[in-house]
Design a protein. Structure first.
Length: 420
């Protein structure tokens, strides 16, 4: 394992902590060091059971689940709210929770979507009816309510949130992980037993030097906006504009995607001479890095509905690869419901590290179906259970008996795949 060294001077850090100048222990057990812009010490030093990096579609659910199991949990999110592509990207029509006439994904993700829709007096599709087109059963959700309800559920589960921060260095220590995070005016040193990487692009996995998968060609990203008519959150379809070549790898490539996307939208405003009524703050990225997991789900596994021995969640969506020419979804054959194996959430050869969300171990075509929101939420909940149990028992997630993970998932409202 490539144990990346922290850029901070550890001796300096320890001296600072021992001297304790201006340091105080808060009620949360956090050591606060007096703010000094010139100082080398982190402003915050904390210890957790579970660190979730990325508070998006999967990460929010993973953290709430870990918190509900009593694990001391922190979410580090580089943006300003929870929900990721669902909220900041504006893709607030999650799918698919049902397959062939019945619900196949539930749990914490469903709880959040359901409460958002109910509070917004929105509508649910009838899961008992098999729709003609898959997207008829996506659920229009108010992205603003969803983000706030997610914060409320984190607070209730005792999950702490650190916005505007991201890991700068990750190091293995004898006690577990040490992660140095930065945000404006904040350097935070976190020690924890388990990390769940929910960054969408497996960024922590990449920092640690574990192999990731990505092809030269990527699906386009999209900017979501409304031109000429207002957007009613949780009610109507939203306009989408492809951003070809969109790449979420780093701040430079993401900046390019945002600049290109907004420039195209400005061109549309000028051409169509219509009012710009709504614009999400950033590009939604469909595809980035996936992990090379202990298992890599192939498109053959996906379209055949392979039942993995370590299946922890269902997924359901057509193979859905967007290209320059658009998208031609390839629906699954009647009765097929793919499953997600726990081992696809574990970077090959790693310990105490999981992913959840679109970066799971999968080939490109399988990923085009697995990446959707209900599936990401299902993975998040499973990773939350596995990480919380592993932290409590001082084990790595693969050492936890599957039956224990599955029992807790059921207890917490999730539907666990059963062999047909
Ligand atoms: C345009 C578009 C249309 C789509 N249409 C649908 C659809 O119709 N139905 C459907 O169900 N799905 C759809 N999807 C797919 C789905 O929305 C995403 O694949 C899914 O939401 C990804 O979830 P995630 O948790 O993996 O990542 P995200 O939800 O993107 O969350 C990742 C989070 O990690 C944070 N982050 C990233 N790096 C770091 C870091 N280094 N440190 C801290 N935080 C970090 C990000 O800010 C973000 O909040 C669509 C996607 C796009 C882009």
């Amino acid at each position: 394992m490539n144990s990346q060294k922290t850029s901070w001077n550890r001796r300096h850090f320890l001296q600072g902590s021992l001297l304790g100048a201006g340091a105080a222990i808060s009620s949360t057990g956090e050591t606060a060091v007096a703010a000094d812009p010139g100082a080398k010490e982190p402003e915050v030093v904390q210890s957790f059971d579970v660190l979730v990096v990325g508070g998006g579609t999967a990460g929010t659910v993973a953290a709430i689940q870990a918190g509900r199991l009593g694990a001391k949990t922190l979410i580090v999110e580089r943006g300003s709210q929870l929900g990721g592509t669902m909220t900041t990207g504006g893709v607030a029509f999650p799918g698919l929770f049902d397959a062939w006439g019945k619900q196949v994904i539930a749990g914490i993700g469903w709880e959040l979507v359901k409460e958002s829709v109910e509070m917004d007096e929105g509508e649910f599709p009838n899961f008992a009816k098999v729709p003609q087109r898959h997207w008829h059963n996506q659920i229009y959700t108010n992205q603003f309510l969803y983000a706030i309800l997610a914060e409320e559920k984190c607070a209730a589960a005792g999950v702490e949130i650190a916005y505007y921060e991201f890991p700068q260095a990750v190091e293995r220590t004898e006690q577990g992980w040490q992660i140095d995070c930065v945000g404006f005016g904040t350097r935070r040193r976190v020690t924890c037993r388990q990390i769940i990487d929910c960054t969408g692009g497996a960024e922590v996995v990449g920092m640690l030097g574990f192999p990731r998968l990505r092809e030269a060609e990527r699906q386009p990203g999209s900017f979501l906006y409304m031109l000429g008519e207002s957007h009613e959150p949780g009610r109507n379809q939203i306009h989408r504009l492809y951003v070809h070549g969109a790449d979420s790898t780093n701040s430079r490539t993401a900046t390019q995607a945002n600049l290109a996307g907004r420039k195209s939208i400005l061109e549309q405003v000028r051409q169509k001479k219509q009012r710009l009524m709504h614009l999400q703050p950033e590009t939604g990225f469909r595809e980035s890095y996936r992990i090379e997991g202990e298992t890599v789900v192939t498109v053959e596994d996906y379209v055949s509905g392979r039942f993995f021995d370590d299946a922890i969640s269902y997924a359901f969506y057509p193979v859905d690869l967007h290209t320059r020419d658009g998208v031609k979804p390839e629906p699954l054959k009647p009765g097929v419901v793919p499953t997600i194996p726990l081992r696809a959430l574990i970077p090959k050869g790693s310990r105490d590290l999981m992913v959840a969300g679109r970066c799971l171990g999968s080939d490109r075509l399988a990923n085009s179906g697995l990446r959707v929101q209900a599936a990401c939420m299902g993975m998040g909940q499973a990773a939350g259970v596995a990480a919380a149990l592993a932290a409590k028992q001082g084990k790595t997630p693969l050492e936890i008996p599957l039956a224990d993970i599955r029992d807790l998932l059921r207890e917490h409202g999730q539907i666990v795949p059963e062999r047909a």
